[in-house]
Write a protein that binds this ligand. Sequence first.
Ligand code: NDP
Ligand code: 8X3
Length: 258
Amino acid sequence: MDFSDKTVLITGASSGIGAACAEAFAQGGADLVLAARRMDRLEAAAADLCTRFEIEVRIAAVDVRSRDVVDAFGADLEADGVNIDILVNNAGLARGLAPVHEGDVADWDEMIDTNVKGLLNVTRTIVRGMVDRGEGHVINIGSIAGHETYANGVVYCATKHAVAAITRGLGIDTLGTGVRVSSVDPGLVNTEFSVVRFHGDQERADGVYAGMTPLSARDVADAVLFCASRPAHANVREMVLMPADQAAAVYVHRDENR
Ligand code: NDP
Ligand code: 8X3
C-alpha cells in the first residue's frame, strides 16, 4: 500500500496499537505526526522509523485530555503548514474492573476524559482543516466494548459505546465534505492495555491473555491500513476484529496447555 503522499497523525503512538500503526504507515511511505505523553518513547520511535524509512516524523507531547494543549498542537501544525490526511484516534485506556456501585471515580474520570473528551478534542481540532480542504479520513480505534457491555467494565464500555456514536455521528456531520470516518473495533489485543487497566499489576494483566492467542497490535494496524487504503468512493464504517479464540467480550476459548 502506498501512502507516500499522505501525512498521518496517530494519537497514543508511544505503545501498542498506536506504535504498530506508526510502523505500518511508515512502511507505506507516509509522513507521520506521532502524539502521546511519553516523549522518550516517541523520540525512540521517530529515530528508529527515520533510520529505516525515507519519511518525515514529527513528534508532539500531547495529553489529549487538555483542550488547551490539543488546540495549541493543532495551531502549531497549521502554522507549519502540516496538513493531516489521516487521523488515527487511538489514545485510550481502561482503568480498573469494578461494579458501578464500588467504582473508583478517579478511574472513571480518566477513562471518560481520555477516551471520549480527548478523542473529541483531537477530532475537533484536526477535522476542521480536513473539511476546509475537502478531504481526509478519521479512523477511530473503538472496541468490542463499544458493541457489548460486560460486568465490572461498565464505564470503559460506556466510553467505547460513545466512540461508536461519535464515529457514526461524525460520519453524518461530515457527509458530503470529502471526509471519511471509520472505526476499527478489536477484541483482546496484547499490548500494555491490561497492565494499565490493573495499575501496573503485570501478573493480573498476563492472566487476561492466558491460554489463548490474542490479536497483536500489528493485526489491528493492518486493519487500519485496510480502511485507509480503500478507494475514495468507499468507506469502512465499522470493522470488528476478533482473535479466533474470542467469540464475544467474555466468551474466550482458553487451553491451559498453551
Ligand atoms: P497501550 O496502553 O499499549 O497504548 C495506549 C496509548 O494511549 C499509549 O500510547 C498512551 O501513551 C496513550 N494515551 C493514554 N492516555 C493518553 C492521554 N491522556 N493523552 C495522550 N495519549 C494517551 O494500549 P493499546 O495499544 O491496546 O490501546 C490503544 C487503543 O486501543 C485504546 O483506545 C484502547 O481502548 C483500544 N483497544 C485496546 C484493546 C486491547 O485489548 N488492547 C482492544 C480494543 C480497543 P502515553 O501513556 O505515552 O500518553
Ligand atoms: C479492550 C478489549 O474486551 O478488554 O477494548 O474491553 S476489552
